[in-house]
Design a protein around this ligand. Sequence first.
Ligand code: ZN
Length: 675
Amino acid sequence: MNTLKTFIAASMLTLTAAGLHAAENPDFNYHVDNFADIEVLRYEVPQFSSLSLDQKKMLYYLSEAALAGRDIIWDQNGRYNLRLRPVLEKIYVKYDGDRDSADWKAFEKYMKQVWFGNGIHHHYSNDKFVPEFSEEFFDTRVAGLCDHCLGLKPGEKREDVVALLKKVIFDPAFMAKKVNQDSSVDIVAESAGNLYEGVTQAEVEAFYNAMKDPSDPTPVSYGLNSRVVKKDGKVTEEVYHLNGLYGPAIAKIIYWLGKAKEVAENDAQRAYITKLIDYYITGNLKDFDEYSILWAEDTKSDVDFVNGFIESYNDPLGMTGSWESYVNFKNAESSKRTETISANAQWFEDHSPIDPKFRKPEVKGVSAKVITAAMLAGDAYPATAIGINLPNANWIRAAHGSKSVTLENITEAYAMASIGNGFNEEFVIDAPTSKMMDEYLYITDMLHTDLHECLGHGSGRLADGVDQDALKEHGATLEEARADLFALYYLADPKLVELGIIDNPDAYQAEYYKYMLNGLMTQLNRIEPGKNVEEAHMRNRQLIAAWALEHGKKGKVVELVKKNGKTYVKINDYRKLRDLFGQLLSEIQTIKSTGNYEAGRKLVEKYAVKVDPKLHKEVLDRYAKLDIPPYRGFVNPVYTPVLDDKGEIIDIAIDYTEGYADQQLRLSREYSTLK
Ligand code: ZN
């Protein structure tokens, strides 16, 4: 399975407001909360008030369908998360002790982390959170809870449940890592996510290999909507659907999708919602493929959404989709930019610096738009992507095209919240480079996302008979690298100026500098001392930057230089750097097209994984002085129907004032669908 999301390096955007659209409300407050390594922001939903009543209703119903699935991701992320969450929340709400005590402060931090991770693991590093409050504190607070508050099921003993919860919280070796990609261990058995139980990697692979027919030109996405377990010694699937696993949550989702269908904008949209409901009822992956095709082909509707088991980053084998939802509507003005890019998709494909036999002879239906996010949920909340390209199935993309979106109001919120944070002054080599980034990074970042999602993932083709999963655990990293390289290569192409997308042929240098700086240095801020790079997007960025540094050494294309004892990235030749990106794109495309696992593994292991401890420490020290959290996420706005005296909806009100803890607690009160 390909992985098709772009995450922005949150701390990279340091902009002057001049580069941004004027916000609807100039006093909009983007900052919500800060804890651990996280900053929570809010995003504005510009133009919401100018939508039609039916569109607003549809966004509201889809938002409810989004929130209804919240518990699914909690359970997918770990089998005790839904047992732990209400207990932690009871303690949090009922606490009447000293709020200045170290234990309380540590508990509050842990609670907020668990909310942010949708479970006990960090959303990005996948490591288990380390509680800094004492076991005694927990014991005392738990003693004050009734059996019901502890979630005791019939026949369960109180002390057993407390002991289990303590193991879940305090034992660092128990469920240590949500997704373990270490190829020296059994990555299925050693991953704490709840996608497998009692099975080994070899058993799961054998199970699915027996199902796969290599000659099938339209294979379903095996394992996408199921948990694999061993029952009576036999490996079997528990499928997510109305009458299966997660049925109660799925019933609510189906209800709200049904309401949305009533106010659909057109028949095409009604058809894909109907098919999505069918799929949730049956759990049949053929239905999902039919839905995906209808969805990909509907490019007319303004309101749009994703709701389902989609991305497979949380599965060590890259098969099972994490539940997520994005609800959004089109930003018509900014979409002119992506429409121009996608209208020229064939030109970009034909000029791609790869082996011509791996180019797509005919690029089909790459539709691209800029959207305004209206609700983020499941695996897309609180941390979200800024660009999405779906569906994931390669054969559907090839035959029916794909939809690529850039979430502009989210990118804008990141940028607005970063103004004046001191990042450039600390890490950018000189004032001219810094000025160039101030002027052009916002637009080139957005263009990078457009090109990555709209063209990058969709470009190229596999040689006949090559399995799309052939690169296995390195598939996601290499796929992201391919899409990033495609974007980087074309950002510097005069074609963008010719198409009127950008006015300065050197604007790309802002993105190049940022990319190299991030890949070589600043993203290390997200890694704990002594650890390797693990997450696929981070590996991809280091792979590209480290490869370009090494291969540009002779010509001094890029260097790491010292100034006043600090390390800086220095780019001496931007044109040659572009050539290097083109070369690596070609190399990785060949690896992907031929399914050359060994070559892919070598590339990833040599460039993408290892960290220089000295440079790492320097980056962490320099960041520490800046107080820029490495991770950011969002609270959602709250939508409330406005009723007339007959109870009819006459408007949907939008409110931005809800805080982070309040939002999480409200979601737990109103959307706890799985017990
Ligand atoms: Zn991607």
